[in-house]
Design a protein around this ligand. Sequence first.
Ligand SMILES: Cc1ncc(COP(=O)(O)O)c(C=O)c1O
Length: 457
Amino acid sequence: MPVNTIIEPFRIKSVEPIRWTTRGQREQLLEAAHYNLFLLPAEDVLIDLLTDSGTGAMSTRQWAAVMEGDESYAGSRSFDHFKSSIQEIFGYKHVIPAHQGRAAERILFGVACKKGDIVPNNTHFDTTRANLEFIGAEAVDLVIEEGKHAASPHPFKGNMDVSALESLIRRVGRERIPLVMITVTNNSGGGQPVSMENVRRVSAVCKRHHIPLYFDACRFAENAWFIKLREGNYENKTPKVIAQEMFRYGDGCTMSAKKDGMANIGGFLCTNDDVLAQQEKNLLILSEGYPTYGGLAGRDLEAIAVGVQEALEEDYLRYRITSTAYLGNHIARHGVPIVQPPGGHAIYLDARAFLPHIPPGQFPGVALACELYLEGGIRSVEIGTLMFAQAAKMDLVRLAIPRRVYTQSHIDYVVEVILEVWNHREKISGMRLSYQAPFLRHFTAHLRPLAATAAAS
Ligand SMILES: Cc1ncc(COP(=O)(O)O)c(C=O)c1O
């Protein structure tokens, strides 16, 4: 075998069966789920690419650490492991555990933001936007122009537009901007990375205006790997050293440990601000729990303490980013439109280009995601008009790859199914919304294919 061939850097010790369904069964299941893939029973999905969040496989070292969990209510030893592992990488003074990323966001925004405030980000994730809007603040996306166009090639399409940030501050005034956020990698913009140079420039603007800079750090390790691959001067640095440098430009972060924490649940909030940290801990006690467990069991804290370190291992990151790119490059070679270049944790199909006969108002992303399920039992997620309504700049279908879960032959199967759908794309019809919740509507919405509606009427 050539030495430069990249293979899964692990062997499998425990397996979980997956279940085949027939096309007829999938048609019935989809109708019963109101054409919303979130509403499908997971056991009726063959390959589940709905999310990379909390769906990863833990390592033997993580499972061993789980057995070390100290379940004491206060002052647990597991919290010390958690805190010191996180501080080694992130470098922030206060580490506050939470049950997942959105809880960390809610606590940060609940303390630092108020009605009428404005929070810039490269692109807000849906829960980040919803948590800000819930308290009456405005979430503003300032990703660079290249980041808004699926096909445009740029090594760091997640970068923030620094001049747009400066003009926003000038226009609305520093007092209305309690913090600036950068999401690494930029999930809602195609899993695209942010360069160290961009972080440095955003940080300089924030410092000049005395505005704190926070990272939405969910995929910090994947972002560090892209910096190593694509940004001059970093090729000889380890992902950990790169991540440490990046976090030094900020004042804190929110984190979902369900991504690059390599855990099935968990999150945290970090800050260097003593006053803010005290207020955050007070709020934490109200909803999440005591500050040495924050909604998590001691065993979860242990799994995360090991997981954040494993996420930075070079063999793992090399395989992870290569296998995601393998899927993207394969389908792109056959003409399937994807967000280019392939992202870190996911491949994003450009549903508007895939289904040009379906206008955004008829949810081309939902139509495509449903067809992938019908064709091959693959579950994906729409990131577009259903998720963001009018704020959607693109209609994408995200195929998120769970960490260390699927093998190359699973991915080859996904390629086959996508190409089959690509070949009959003209036959796919748009969707009509029949129920929506007042916020985060994509989780619970009900839809109908327009072809079925027309046939029935
Ligand atoms: C960029 C980003 N921020 C925040 C979150 C929220 O994290 P959680 O699902 O743990 O609440 C996610 C989850 O997918 C995310 O991708």
